[in-house]
Ligand binder design. Sequence first.
Ligand SMILES: [Zn+2]
Length: 511
Amino acid sequence: MTTPGTNTAYTQRSKLRRFILALSLFSLACLSNSASAYTLLFGKWDDPTRGTGATVSWSFIADGAGVDTSNYHDGNLTGLSSIGTLRLSIDSTYGTGAFDAAVQRAFNTWASVANLHFNHVTDNGSPFAGTTAIDIRIGAYVFASGFAGGAGYGPPGNDLFFPDPLAGDLALSANNNFQIAPGAEGDLLPTPGGAYFNDLEGLVLHELGHTLGLGHSTNPDSVMCGYVDSNFDGSACHYELINRQLDADDIAGMQFLYGPATPPYTVGGNVSGLANNKSVTLLNNGSDIKVVSSNGGFTFANALASGTYTVTVAVQPAGQTCTISNGSGTISNIHITNVSVSCTNTYTVGGNISGLAASGLVLKLNSTNLIIANGANNFKFATALTTGTAYTVSVGIQPVGYLCTVINGSGTISTTNISNISISCARSYTVGGGITGLTKAGLILKLNGGANKIIPSGATSYTFATSLISGTPYTVTFSALPAGLNCTLGNNPGVMGSANITNVNVSCTPQ
Ligand SMILES: [Zn+2]
């Protein structure tokens, strides 16, 4: 934390949670066998027997609903609920539907690990902490303390500490100190305007944990780690990181309350970066096909009772490449929701070809080969590259009787396809000659200072593999001579015409 604003928000956030914290410490003492870091509040929804499932209704508290102060004594929440304003503000920054989607993802995350089923219902307009049949109600209020996050109250059954009407109520700060942070789990939260803003999904996920019955965990990586300062229990929480995935401690706590998610288990996750009007085709275990045409959540149609899952990209979007993380694993008591598909724009590399009237040309893009047909006048590599990638096109194999050179062959991919590479090919001719008197090994020749050509003892002719186009000067030199022989070169140097050179003769005699 580096800015006063950041520290203030953080500290204020912690104060609001003091009430919850007291409950969680008390409940920790109630647990006789707790070797885990998670703690419990008091109740759970539906059957109070721990380990049994629940169906939980939830709503957004209707805009304009106040606070029932007869059930809510903390005094921190004031004014009228304004989820609509908060939603509008978030959506105007992150796109239509972004607010609701972030909240829904938080519900889905908890539902994926425990025997929990959530029903989104229309609110009845009761005040915060007002009596209602709806279990979890999410409102947006002004926190008198200036608190910049949210507060969630546990399930009913704890009138000693707060009355049932307050149970399951969740208040977000109407000040909208929220962001939908870009990036992945564990990434640093950006500090827009220099201040630390809560990641909306991560915060709602945490507060929902309270509304379902979990207290704070001392595990710094857990979602339920108390987002509090050094005066309280969570000074080591990684509140500065994106934290939207439950860790084992969170899962253990929620499964202790509601039991594991029931089979069969779905496999899904999230797609990001997909361009408008594009789609990516995903495959689970090689057979379950899912075509995804927009960013956001996806789930494969076939749920699995057990076994493993492996998600792959079957068809990439046109002009994009998608990569998968968390793509495989073993099904174990939870629905899989964390398969991450990240798509980025990619660009092709190609150009034109001139003068090619032979087969055998192989071009290379970095290390990828492309075979070019006889007579081709353009080329394009199948492999597409992302922005910032360096590319080098070269000739891997020259066509028989032709020499091809590359123009504009290298650069760095920006945001357009590369189409200005030229391959210029021309008829080419070889250089060689006859040999006399070569009675020993050790003769090595070079053409124009190029690669060594080793000539075996007894050879009577040679031809260099490298060919030259008309007008190219050529010089053959001795790179090494056989011991005990003197050798000379005839008809050397010269300039290539329009026929193979066969008269750069080598003549050797004993010393
Ligand atoms: Zn908390």
